[in-house]
Unconditional design. Sequence first.
Length: 89
Amino acid sequence: MKIEVKSSELKVKSGNAKRTGKPYTIREQEAYLHVPGGAYPERCVLNLEDGQEAYAPGIYETANELYVGDFGRLAVSRRMTLAPVRKAA
């Protein structure tokens, strides 16, 4: 699947968890998922790890999103990373 990043701007949310009182930080970046057969890309949000740089504007593909989980079921990784799409020579 192709994911388009239009801006390297990050949204950062932080606070203290209600249940545990521990501090948290959520780093998000807006992107657009090009769904096969879809008329338009769909807006989505990428969660970035602490210290992970924002993705530069461009077209990416998912690098490690699927794996075989419990009971042999196909699962989607919670820690998705993106790889730039290479243009054909």
